[in-house]
Write a protein that binds this ligand. Structure first.
Ligand code: DQA
Length: 148
């Protein structure tokens, strides 16, 4: 049983991409920290990044049968455009948390709407890459609670 961490388009450029907005940590840093955090609590964290909407949809479908209990996703720009990723989550019924490194609500108006937030368990935005850590802390606590 495991947690799936999904990062969407352009998040492979973390560390060099608009560092004033997204910070200096790389995707490898984020993924290594997530795996270590999971391991410390006895949970496997599988990491996936893609710049392609369909690949993200396929990975969410695969989560239905690979033991994934919870997904943490930063959908990147697909947050604001993707009915397909929304429908994938609705279709597999796996709970998920949505993470944004930046505070999308104080940025351009087109970033204010998410196709996912109303079906997410929770949303983190504006806490930098620490948002992933905070979301995982919540997810791990949820999984521990489910055991009892
Ligand atoms: C982002 C915010 C999105 O609006 C943007 O398209 C991204 C990253 C964030 O982590 O703050 O790619 O999801």
């Amino acid at each position: 049983m495991s947690i799936l961490l999904v990062n969407g388009p352009n998040l492979n450029l973390l560390g060099t991409r608009e560092p004033g907005i997204y910070g200096a940590a790389t995707l490898a840093d984020v993924e290594a920290a997530a795996v270590a955090q999971g391991e410390a609590a006895g949970h496997r964290v599988d990491c996936f990044q893609s710049n392609h909407e369909g690949a993200i949809v396929d990975r969410i479908h695969a989560a239905r049968t690979d033991g994934t209990q919870f997904v943490v996703i930063n959908p990147g720009a697909y947050t604001h455009t993707s009915v397909a990723i929304r429908d994938a989550f609705a279709g597999v019924s796996i709970p998920f948390c949505e993470v944004h490194i930046s505070n999308v609500h104080k940025r351009e108006a087109f970033r204010h709407h998410s196709y996912l937030s109303d079906i997410a368990v929770g949303v983190m935005a504006g806490f930098g890459v620490q948002g992933y850590t905070l979301a995982l802390e919540f997810v791990i606590a949820q999984l521990e609670q489910a055991k009892t």
